[in-house]
Design a protein around this ligand. Sequence first.
Ligand code: GLC
Length: 448
Amino acid sequence: MNSINRLISPKLLVISILLSTCINVNAQQKITPASIKDKMQWFADAKLGIFIHAGIYAVDGIDESWSFHNKKISYANYMKQLNGFTLKKYNPSAWAELIQESGAKYAVITTKHHDGVAMYDTKMNELSSVKATPAKKDMIQPFFEELRKRNIKTGAYYSLIDWSYQDYPGFIKDSSRYQVKNDYERWNRFRNFFQGQIKEISNQFNPDLWWFDGDWEHSAEEWESEKVRSMILTKNPNAIINGRLQGYGDYATPEQNFPVSRPKDNWWELCMTTNDNWGFHHDNNWKTPYEVITIFVDAVANGGNLLLDMGPMEDGTIPAEQIIVLKELGAWNKKNGEAIFNTIGGIPQGHYYGPSTLSKDSTNLYLFVHGNNSGQIMLKGLENQIKDIAVLGSSIKPSHKIVGKISWSHVPGLVYINLPEASLDKYVTVVKLTLEKPVKLYRGQGGL
Ligand code: GLC
Protein backbone atom coordinates (compact mmCIF):
# COMPACT_ATOMS: atom_id res chain seq x y z
CA MET A 1 0.00 0.00 0.00
CA ASN A 2 0.94 3.61 -0.56
CA SER A 3 3.97 3.64 -2.69
CA ILE A 4 3.35 7.25 -3.56
CA ASN A 5 6.49 9.32 -3.24
CA ARG A 6 5.65 12.09 -0.91
CA LEU A 7 8.44 14.50 -1.50
CA ILE A 8 9.30 17.75 0.08
CA SER A 9 6.62 19.83 -1.60
CA PRO A 10 7.06 23.09 -3.46
CA LYS A 11 4.70 24.44 -0.80
CA LEU A 12 7.19 23.48 1.89
CA LEU A 13 10.01 25.17 0.01
CA VAL A 14 8.01 28.38 -0.21
CA ILE A 15 7.17 28.16 3.48
CA SER A 16 10.84 27.46 4.20
CA ILE A 17 11.98 30.55 2.38
CA LEU A 18 9.31 32.66 4.04
CA LEU A 19 10.27 31.31 7.44
CA SER A 20 13.95 31.87 6.91
CA THR A 21 13.44 35.48 5.93
CA CYS A 22 11.04 36.27 8.73
CA ILE A 23 12.94 37.90 11.59
CA ASN A 24 10.42 37.01 14.27
CA VAL A 25 10.73 33.31 13.74
CA ASN A 26 12.47 31.27 16.39
CA ALA A 27 15.85 30.25 14.96
CA GLN A 28 15.15 26.60 15.59
CA GLN A 29 12.05 26.69 13.46
CA LYS A 30 13.70 28.02 10.36
CA ILE A 31 13.51 25.52 7.56
CA THR A 32 15.81 26.40 4.72
CA PRO A 33 16.79 24.17 1.82
CA ALA A 34 20.45 24.64 2.85
CA SER A 35 19.89 23.47 6.41
CA ILE A 36 17.88 20.53 5.10
CA LYS A 37 20.88 19.51 3.02
CA ASP A 38 23.17 19.62 6.06
CA LYS A 39 20.93 17.64 8.32
CA MET A 40 20.31 15.06 5.55
CA GLN A 41 24.00 14.27 5.10
CA TRP A 42 24.19 11.35 7.53
CA PHE A 43 21.09 9.88 5.91
CA ALA A 44 22.56 10.25 2.41
CA ASP A 45 25.73 8.48 3.56
CA ALA A 46 23.98 5.78 5.58
CA LYS A 47 22.53 3.70 2.70
CA LEU A 48 21.18 0.95 4.92
CA GLY A 49 18.60 1.09 7.67
CA ILE A 50 16.73 -1.68 9.46
CA PHE A 51 12.98 -1.37 9.95
CA ILE A 52 11.37 -3.19 12.87
CA HIS A 53 7.68 -3.94 13.00
CA ALA A 54 7.07 -5.27 16.50
CA GLY A 55 3.57 -5.31 17.89
CA ILE A 56 0.70 -7.46 19.10
CA TYR A 57 0.04 -8.71 15.55
CA ALA A 58 3.03 -11.03 16.07
CA VAL A 59 1.01 -13.06 18.58
CA ASP A 60 -1.19 -14.67 15.93
CA GLY A 61 1.22 -13.85 13.12
CA ILE A 62 -1.34 -11.88 11.13
CA ASP A 63 -1.20 -8.68 9.07
CA GLU A 64 -0.25 -5.76 11.26
CA SER A 65 -3.42 -3.74 11.97
CA TRP A 66 -4.76 -4.31 8.43
CA SER A 67 -6.13 -7.74 9.38
CA PHE A 68 -9.02 -6.25 11.38
CA HIS A 69 -9.36 -3.19 9.18
CA ASN A 70 -9.78 -5.49 6.16
CA LYS A 71 -12.08 -7.82 8.12
CA LYS A 72 -9.83 -10.89 8.07
CA ILE A 73 -10.39 -11.08 11.82
CA SER A 74 -12.85 -9.28 14.10
CA TYR A 75 -11.57 -6.28 16.05
CA ALA A 76 -12.33 -8.09 19.32
CA ASN A 77 -10.27 -11.10 18.32
CA TYR A 78 -7.46 -8.93 17.05
CA MET A 79 -7.29 -7.12 20.38
CA LYS A 80 -7.18 -10.44 22.27
CA GLN A 81 -3.58 -10.60 21.07
CA LEU A 82 -2.81 -8.00 23.74
CA ASN A 83 -2.92 -10.85 26.26
CA GLY A 84 -0.28 -12.84 24.41
CA PHE A 85 2.29 -10.11 23.87
CA THR A 86 5.06 -10.91 26.35
CA LEU A 87 8.43 -9.68 25.01
CA LYS A 88 9.80 -12.22 27.46
CA LYS A 89 12.94 -12.85 25.43
CA TYR A 90 13.36 -9.25 24.37
CA ASN A 91 17.05 -8.48 24.18
CA PRO A 92 17.53 -4.97 22.84
CA SER A 93 21.29 -5.28 22.91
CA ALA A 94 21.16 -8.43 20.74
CA TRP A 95 18.85 -6.62 18.31
CA ALA A 96 21.21 -3.65 18.12
CA GLU A 97 24.20 -5.94 17.72
CA LEU A 98 22.61 -7.76 14.79
CA ILE A 99 21.73 -4.43 13.20
CA GLN A 100 25.30 -3.28 13.61
CA GLU A 101 26.56 -6.53 12.15
CA SER A 102 24.39 -6.02 9.06
CA GLY A 103 26.23 -2.77 8.38
CA ALA A 104 23.11 -0.64 8.85
CA LYS A 105 23.62 2.90 10.07
CA TYR A 106 20.10 3.53 11.34
CA ALA A 107 17.09 1.63 12.61
CA VAL A 108 13.42 2.56 12.62
CA ILE A 109 11.06 0.91 15.10
CA THR A 110 7.26 0.98 15.45
CA THR A 111 6.35 3.18 18.40
CA LYS A 112 2.69 2.71 17.43
CA HIS A 113 1.06 1.05 14.43
CA HIS A 114 -2.41 1.74 12.95
CA ASP A 115 -3.94 -0.52 15.64
CA GLY A 116 -3.17 2.18 18.20
CA VAL A 117 -1.12 0.01 20.57
CA ALA A 118 1.81 2.14 21.72
CA MET A 119 5.04 0.27 22.37
CA TYR A 120 6.06 2.71 25.10
CA ASP A 121 4.45 4.08 28.24
CA THR A 122 2.13 6.67 26.73
CA LYS A 123 0.26 8.84 29.17
CA MET A 124 -2.27 9.84 26.53
CA ASN A 125 -4.35 6.66 26.93
CA GLU A 126 -4.18 3.15 28.36
CA LEU A 127 -3.40 1.27 25.16
CA SER A 128 0.26 0.42 25.39
CA SER A 129 2.66 -2.50 25.75
CA VAL A 130 3.25 -1.21 29.30
CA LYS A 131 -0.35 -0.95 30.50
CA ALA A 132 -2.29 -3.37 28.32
CA THR A 133 -0.04 -6.41 27.76
CA PRO A 134 1.78 -8.94 29.96
CA ALA A 135 5.06 -7.55 28.60
CA LYS A 136 4.56 -4.50 30.86
CA LYS A 137 7.51 -2.96 29.05
CA ASP A 138 8.54 0.08 27.12
CA MET A 139 10.14 -1.41 24.02
CA ILE A 140 11.61 1.83 22.70
CA GLN A 141 13.89 3.38 25.33
CA PRO A 142 16.19 0.37 25.92
CA PHE A 143 16.47 -0.24 22.19
CA PHE A 144 17.40 3.37 21.42
CA GLU A 145 19.99 3.24 24.21
CA GLU A 146 21.60 0.17 22.65
CA LEU A 147 21.58 1.78 19.20
CA ARG A 148 23.15 4.97 20.53
CA LYS A 149 25.91 3.01 22.24
CA ARG A 150 26.81 1.71 18.79
CA ASN A 151 26.48 5.02 16.98
CA ILE A 152 23.46 3.85 15.05
CA LYS A 153 20.87 6.55 14.37
CA THR A 154 17.46 6.11 15.95
CA GLY A 155 14.18 6.24 14.04
CA ALA A 156 10.62 6.27 15.38
CA TYR A 157 7.87 4.87 13.18
CA TYR A 158 4.61 6.51 14.23
CA SER A 159 1.22 5.83 12.66
CA LEU A 160 -0.87 8.97 12.37
CA ILE A 161 -3.85 6.70 11.83
CA ASP A 162 -5.21 5.19 15.05
CA TRP A 163 -8.06 2.84 14.28
CA SER A 164 -8.60 2.04 17.98
CA TYR A 165 -9.04 5.57 19.24
CA GLN A 166 -12.72 6.39 19.68
CA ASP A 167 -12.34 9.92 18.34
CA TYR A 168 -10.51 8.80 15.20
CA PRO A 169 -12.89 8.72 12.22
CA GLY A 170 -11.54 5.62 10.40
CA PHE A 171 -12.03 2.09 11.72
CA ILE A 172 -13.02 -0.94 9.62
CA LYS A 173 -12.58 -0.53 5.87
CA ASP A 174 -16.26 0.12 5.14
CA SER A 175 -17.34 1.74 8.39
CA SER A 176 -16.07 5.03 9.70
CA ARG A 177 -17.06 6.52 13.04
CA TYR A 178 -17.79 9.97 11.62
CA GLN A 179 -16.61 12.51 9.06
CA VAL A 180 -14.25 15.29 10.13
CA LYS A 181 -16.32 17.93 8.36
CA ASN A 182 -19.35 16.98 10.47
CA ASP A 183 -17.64 17.07 13.83
CA TYR A 184 -14.57 19.25 14.19
CA GLU A 185 -14.76 19.11 17.94
CA ARG A 186 -14.35 15.37 17.93
CA TRP A 187 -11.52 15.59 15.40
CA ASN A 188 -9.84 18.16 17.61
CA ARG A 189 -9.93 15.72 20.48
CA PHE A 190 -8.08 13.20 18.33
CA ARG A 191 -5.66 15.85 17.18
CA ASN A 192 -4.75 16.73 20.75
CA PHE A 193 -4.27 13.06 21.44
CA PHE A 194 -1.95 12.22 18.56
CA GLN A 195 0.03 15.42 18.84
CA GLY A 196 0.40 14.69 22.55
CA GLN A 197 1.92 11.33 21.68
CA ILE A 198 4.30 12.96 19.23
CA LYS A 199 5.41 15.31 22.01
CA GLU A 200 5.93 12.36 24.35
CA ILE A 201 8.06 10.51 21.80
CA SER A 202 9.98 13.64 21.05
CA ASN A 203 10.66 14.43 24.72
CA GLN A 204 11.33 10.90 25.91
CA PHE A 205 13.26 9.43 23.00
CA ASN A 206 14.35 12.36 20.83
CA PRO A 207 14.61 10.29 17.64
CA ASP A 208 17.06 11.23 14.88
CA LEU A 209 14.43 10.31 12.34
CA TRP A 210 10.62 10.25 12.29
CA TRP A 211 8.91 7.72 10.10
CA PHE A 212 5.27 8.76 9.85
CA ASP A 213 2.74 6.47 8.25
CA GLY A 214 -0.90 6.66 7.25
CA ASP A 215 -0.97 10.30 6.20
CA TRP A 216 -3.19 9.34 3.27
CA GLU A 217 -6.33 9.23 5.44
CA HIS A 218 -6.33 13.02 6.02
CA SER A 219 -5.04 16.25 4.51
CA ALA A 220 -2.09 18.38 5.66
CA GLU A 221 -4.62 20.85 7.08
CA GLU A 222 -6.40 18.14 9.04
CA TRP A 223 -3.23 16.64 10.51
CA GLU A 224 -1.76 20.13 10.95
CA SER A 225 1.35 18.82 9.28
CA GLU A 226 3.15 22.14 9.36
CA LYS A 227 2.64 22.42 13.11
CA VAL A 228 3.70 18.80 13.65
CA ARG A 229 6.87 19.40 11.65
CA SER A 230 7.67 22.52 13.59
CA MET A 231 6.96 20.83 16.96
CA ILE A 232 9.51 18.17 16.08
CA LEU A 233 12.11 20.59 14.79
CA THR A 234 11.74 22.90 17.76
CA LYS A 235 12.82 20.04 19.97
CA ASN A 236 15.44 18.72 17.58
CA PRO A 237 16.31 20.94 14.59
CA ASN A 238 18.29 18.09 13.05
CA ALA A 239 15.49 15.54 13.12
CA ILE A 240 14.76 14.04 9.72
CA ILE A 241 11.13 13.48 8.77
CA ASN A 242 10.08 10.93 6.15
CA GLY A 243 7.79 11.86 3.29
CA ARG A 244 4.51 10.76 4.82
CA LEU A 245 3.30 13.96 6.42
CA GLN A 246 1.28 15.21 3.48
CA GLY A 247 4.06 17.22 1.87
CA TYR A 248 5.97 18.20 5.01
CA GLY A 249 8.64 15.52 4.98
CA ASP A 250 12.26 15.56 3.88
CA TYR A 251 12.58 12.45 1.73
CA ALA A 252 10.58 10.06 -0.45
CA THR A 253 9.56 6.59 0.69
CA PRO A 254 8.74 4.19 -2.15
CA GLU A 255 7.41 1.02 -0.56
CA GLN A 256 8.05 -2.50 -1.86
CA ASN A 257 8.07 -1.20 -5.46
CA PHE A 258 11.47 -0.88 -7.05
CA PRO A 259 12.33 2.24 -9.02
CA VAL A 260 13.39 1.41 -12.58
CA SER A 261 14.66 4.81 -13.64
CA ARG A 262 16.61 6.86 -11.14
CA PRO A 263 14.29 8.85 -8.86
CA LYS A 264 14.70 12.60 -9.21
CA ASP A 265 14.36 13.14 -5.49
CA ASN A 266 17.40 14.31 -3.59
CA TRP A 267 16.83 11.71 -0.91
CA TRP A 268 14.82 8.56 -1.05
CA GLU A 269 14.55 5.27 0.77
CA LEU A 270 13.05 2.02 -0.43
CA CYS A 271 11.35 0.20 2.43
CA MET A 272 11.05 -3.52 1.91
CA THR A 273 10.02 -6.66 3.78
CA THR A 274 12.29 -9.73 4.07
CA ASN A 275 9.38 -12.06 3.33
CA ASP A 276 6.02 -10.61 2.24
CA ASN A 277 4.99 -9.09 5.57
CA TRP A 278 6.13 -6.31 7.87
CA GLY A 279 5.37 -7.97 11.15
CA PHE A 280 6.06 -11.57 12.19
CA HIS A 281 3.89 -13.74 9.98
CA HIS A 282 3.48 -17.36 8.97
CA ASP A 283 4.71 -16.64 5.48
CA ASN A 284 7.74 -18.37 4.11
CA ASN A 285 8.37 -16.34 1.02
CA TRP A 286 11.79 -15.23 2.23
CA LYS A 287 13.99 -13.18 -0.04
CA THR A 288 17.39 -14.80 -0.36
CA PRO A 289 20.59 -12.98 0.63
CA TYR A 290 21.44 -12.70 -3.08
CA GLU A 291 18.09 -11.03 -3.77
CA VAL A 292 18.39 -8.66 -0.82
CA ILE A 293 21.97 -7.70 -1.71
CA THR A 294 21.17 -7.07 -5.39
CA ILE A 295 18.14 -4.94 -4.41
CA PHE A 296 20.27 -3.04 -1.90
CA VAL A 297 22.97 -2.37 -4.49
CA ASP A 298 20.35 -1.26 -6.98
CA ALA A 299 18.89 1.27 -4.52
CA VAL A 300 22.31 2.69 -3.62
CA ALA A 301 23.41 2.88 -7.27
CA ASN A 302 20.28 4.91 -7.93
CA GLY A 303 21.12 7.33 -5.13
CA GLY A 304 18.80 5.87 -2.48
CA ASN A 305 18.79 3.91 0.77
CA LEU A 306 17.29 0.56 1.65
CA LEU A 307 15.21 0.22 4.81
CA LEU A 308 15.03 -3.53 5.27
CA ASP A 309 12.35 -4.82 7.58
CA MET A 310 12.36 -7.45 10.25
CA GLY A 311 9.37 -8.64 12.25
CA PRO A 312 10.21 -10.13 15.66
CA MET A 313 7.94 -12.67 17.33
CA GLU A 314 5.75 -11.66 20.28
CA ASP A 315 8.45 -12.72 22.76
CA GLY A 316 11.09 -10.63 21.00
CA THR A 317 12.79 -13.46 19.09
CA ILE A 318 13.96 -12.54 15.61
CA PRO A 319 13.10 -15.27 13.06
CA ALA A 320 16.16 -17.31 12.00
CA GLU A 321 15.65 -16.54 8.30
CA GLN A 322 15.93 -12.82 9.00
CA ILE A 323 19.06 -13.31 11.05
CA ILE A 324 20.65 -15.19 8.14
CA VAL A 325 19.84 -12.42 5.69
CA LEU A 326 21.20 -9.71 7.99
CA LYS A 327 24.39 -11.63 8.69
CA GLU A 328 25.07 -12.40 5.04
CA LEU A 329 24.37 -8.79 4.15
CA GLY A 330 26.78 -7.76 6.91
CA ALA A 331 29.55 -10.03 5.68
CA TRP A 332 29.08 -8.69 2.17
CA ASN A 333 29.16 -5.10 3.45
CA LYS A 334 32.32 -5.77 5.39
CA LYS A 335 34.07 -6.82 2.23
CA ASN A 336 32.44 -4.42 -0.21
CA GLY A 337 31.30 -1.50 1.95
CA GLU A 338 33.81 0.88 0.36
CA ALA A 339 31.58 0.85 -2.74
CA ILE A 340 28.43 1.51 -0.71
CA PHE A 341 28.76 3.71 2.37
CA ASN A 342 29.55 7.40 1.88
CA THR A 343 29.31 7.05 -1.89
CA ILE A 344 27.02 8.74 -4.39
CA GLY A 345 24.80 7.20 -7.08
CA GLY A 346 26.66 5.84 -10.07
CA ILE A 347 27.02 6.71 -13.74
CA PRO A 348 23.88 6.96 -15.91
CA GLN A 349 22.44 3.84 -17.44
CA GLY A 350 23.88 2.81 -20.79
CA HIS A 351 27.59 3.05 -19.99
CA TYR A 352 27.72 -0.17 -18.05
CA TYR A 353 25.08 -2.89 -17.97
CA GLY A 354 24.81 -3.10 -14.24
CA PRO A 355 24.67 -0.87 -11.17
CA SER A 356 27.53 1.44 -10.22
CA THR A 357 28.45 3.97 -7.55
CA LEU A 358 31.06 6.72 -7.29
CA SER A 359 33.24 8.00 -4.47
CA LYS A 360 32.18 11.50 -3.43
CA ASP A 361 35.02 13.06 -5.44
CA SER A 362 34.04 10.89 -8.43
CA THR A 363 37.55 9.56 -8.98
CA ASN A 364 36.65 6.02 -7.98
CA LEU A 365 34.05 4.21 -10.01
CA TYR A 366 32.61 1.00 -8.58
CA LEU A 367 30.99 -1.48 -10.96
CA PHE A 368 28.81 -4.22 -9.50
CA VAL A 369 28.81 -7.61 -11.15
CA HIS A 370 25.95 -9.92 -10.24
CA GLY A 371 26.29 -13.61 -9.60
CA ASN A 372 28.64 -15.92 -11.31
CA ASN A 373 29.67 -13.65 -14.15
CA SER A 374 33.34 -14.08 -14.92
CA GLY A 375 34.78 -13.09 -18.29
CA GLN A 376 34.81 -9.64 -19.81
CA ILE A 377 32.72 -6.76 -18.62
CA MET A 378 32.35 -3.70 -20.81
CA LEU A 379 32.25 0.01 -20.09
CA LYS A 380 31.29 2.58 -22.76
CA GLY A 381 32.08 6.25 -23.10
CA LEU A 382 34.71 6.61 -20.35
CA GLU A 383 36.86 9.62 -21.21
CA ASN A 384 39.24 9.22 -18.27
CA GLN A 385 42.59 7.53 -18.01
CA ILE A 386 42.35 4.51 -15.71
CA LYS A 387 45.02 4.48 -13.00
CA ASP A 388 44.12 1.16 -11.47
CA ILE A 389 41.56 -1.64 -11.53
CA ALA A 390 40.94 -3.82 -8.47
CA VAL A 391 38.35 -6.21 -7.12
CA LEU A 392 37.22 -5.39 -3.58
CA GLY A 393 38.26 -8.04 -1.10
CA SER A 394 40.53 -9.83 -3.59
CA SER A 395 44.19 -9.50 -4.40
CA ILE A 396 43.58 -10.35 -8.04
CA LYS A 397 44.17 -7.44 -10.41
CA PRO A 398 41.97 -7.75 -13.49
CA SER A 399 43.57 -6.85 -16.80
CA HIS A 400 41.84 -4.57 -19.25
CA LYS A 401 41.90 -3.62 -22.87
CA ILE A 402 40.68 -0.57 -24.77
CA VAL A 403 38.79 -1.68 -27.84
CA GLY A 404 37.96 0.38 -30.94
CA LYS A 405 39.66 3.66 -30.05
CA ILE A 406 39.99 5.54 -33.31
CA SER A 407 43.06 7.77 -33.27
CA TRP A 408 41.42 10.70 -35.08
CA SER A 409 38.15 10.62 -33.12
CA HIS A 410 37.40 12.17 -29.75
CA VAL A 411 34.98 9.32 -28.95
CA PRO A 412 36.50 7.06 -26.27
CA GLY A 413 37.08 3.39 -26.98
CA LEU A 414 35.33 0.61 -25.07
CA VAL A 415 36.92 -0.62 -21.88
CA TYR A 416 36.87 -4.42 -21.57
CA ILE A 417 37.81 -5.69 -18.13
CA ASN A 418 38.78 -9.29 -17.68
CA LEU A 419 37.26 -10.70 -14.52
CA PRO A 420 38.78 -14.02 -13.48
CA GLU A 421 36.47 -16.52 -11.80
CA ALA A 422 38.68 -16.63 -8.71
CA SER A 423 37.99 -12.97 -8.03
CA LEU A 424 34.22 -13.35 -7.84
CA ASP A 425 32.15 -12.75 -4.72
CA LYS A 426 29.47 -15.34 -4.00
CA TYR A 427 26.76 -12.69 -4.35
CA VAL A 428 27.88 -9.48 -6.03
CA THR A 429 31.46 -8.63 -7.02
CA VAL A 430 32.72 -5.05 -6.96
CA VAL A 431 35.23 -3.88 -9.55
CA LYS A 432 36.92 -0.63 -8.53
CA LEU A 433 38.32 1.67 -11.19
CA THR A 434 40.61 4.43 -9.96
CA LEU A 435 40.58 7.30 -12.41
CA GLU A 436 43.15 10.04 -12.77
CA LYS A 437 40.45 12.74 -12.53
CA PRO A 438 36.74 12.89 -11.65
CA VAL A 439 34.74 10.70 -14.00
CA LYS A 440 33.98 12.22 -17.39
CA LEU A 441 31.64 10.51 -19.78
CA TYR A 442 31.05 10.73 -23.48
CA ARG A 443 27.27 10.78 -23.93
CA GLY A 444 27.03 11.20 -27.68
CA GLN A 445 25.72 8.94 -30.39
CA GLY A 446 28.94 7.93 -32.06
CA GLY A 447 29.77 9.66 -35.29
CA LEU A 448 32.69 11.96 -35.90
C1 GLC B 1 2.21 0.68 4.85
C2 GLC B 1 1.30 -0.08 5.76
C3 GLC B 1 1.90 -0.42 7.06
C4 GLC B 1 3.38 -0.64 7.09
C5 GLC B 1 4.10 0.39 6.27
C6 GLC B 1 5.58 0.18 6.19
O1 GLC B 1 2.02 2.02 4.86
O2 GLC B 1 0.12 0.61 6.00
O3 GLC B 1 1.23 -1.49 7.59
O4 GLC B 1 3.77 -0.51 8.40
O5 GLC B 1 3.57 0.41 5.01
O6 GLC B 1 6.14 0.94 5.19
